[in-house]
Design a protein around this ligand. Structure first.
Ligand code: SF4
Length: 272
């Protein structure tokens, strides 16, 4: 699929952490738009997407001069108090175009030279492995949160056909573990999965965050309701999973395999 790519110099990069992310001083998005184009993406219902008349996932804006802008903003923010950054709240910092543009990599280099107190890198992309060298330099000040909504790749394909395969994400968690980089698996949003799922993640992470549309889309599930998500469940005969109680099924399965202190639900799992 061809995507429209525009290059823009942003006025600012660091935004205030609000709502679901109010535990962070700032959010940071290297791109505007996201070509992973997940069916359930709550950003589809946010102004950034609604004001743009094109379909979410069909366009991406690359932010130019990002490292210079970030360096200045970081220095200013750090002089005022602790800086905790969530990257990213409305794009995936390792979506395919990052392989070529390296905006995220440049931002990480800036953060290595001017470290924030904490950085959470939220992605579903194996490309994050390219930056293991920089993540290592951030030491305990960083955590990579890898979205793994299910262990079933047929389900992944049905809901997010343009997103990376589950197996590649598990392999990436293995590489992050071996490189000593703090990481978690984010089962977010919960999609239909099997009883093997906790056993697959057990050797890979010491932290699992479970979230769903009803807690995690910032509107009690209303934003998701406006998307044709329910139909995707119905097509598979899996509509029992489109339910505020289904995260508990996953939580219970995981609590048989993981100690409780390694399991987090919704917002708690994404806090610094
Ligand atoms: S990767 Fe994240 S930001 Fe991108 S489309 Fe999927 S849910 Fe939305």
């Amino acid at each position: 699929m061809n995507h429209e790519v525009l290059y823009k110099t942003p006025k600012t990069l660091l935004n205030k952490g609000t709502g679901f992310l109010n535990g962070y001083s700032h959010t940071l998005n290297p791109y505007t738009g996201c070509t992973f184009a997940c069916s359930y993406c709550y950003v589809r219902q946010m102004p950034v997407s609604l004001f743009r008349k094109q379909e979410w996932g069909s366009w991406v804006d690359v932010k130019l001069e990002s490292s210079d802008i970030l360096l200045k903003e970081l220095q200013r923010a750090k002089s005022k108090g602790p800086v905790t950054i969530f990257m990213s709240s409305s794009t995936d910092p390792y979506q395919p175009i990052e392989a070529k543009e390296e905006v995220t990599r440049a931002l990480l280099e800036t953060m290595v030279s001017e470290p924030p107190d904490f950085l959470l890198v939220q992605t579903r992309s194996p490309l994050v492995r390219r930056d293991i060298d920089l993540l290592q330099q951030l030491g305990e000040h960083v955590r990579v949160s890898m979205t793994v909504e299910t262990d079933r790749d047929d389900i992944r394909k049905h809901f997010t056909p343009s997103a990376p395969p589950i197996q590649a994400r598990l392999k990436t968690l293995e590489l992050l573990r071996d490189a000593g980089i703090p990481a978690q698996a984010a089962i977010a949003p919960v999609l239909p999965s099997t009883e093997d799922f906790p056993h697959l993640l057990r050797p890979l992470v010491h932290r699992v965050c479970i979230d769903d549309y009803f807690m995690g889309d910032g509107s009690g599930g209303k934003r998701t309701k406006r998307l044709p998500v329910q139909a995707l469940y119905e097509e598979l005969g899996e509509e029992q999973w489109y339910n505020p109680a289904s995260y508990k099924v996953v939580y219970d399965r995981f609590s048989k395999v993981f100690p409780k202190e390694q399991l987090f639900v919704s917002q708690k799992g994404f806090e610094p």
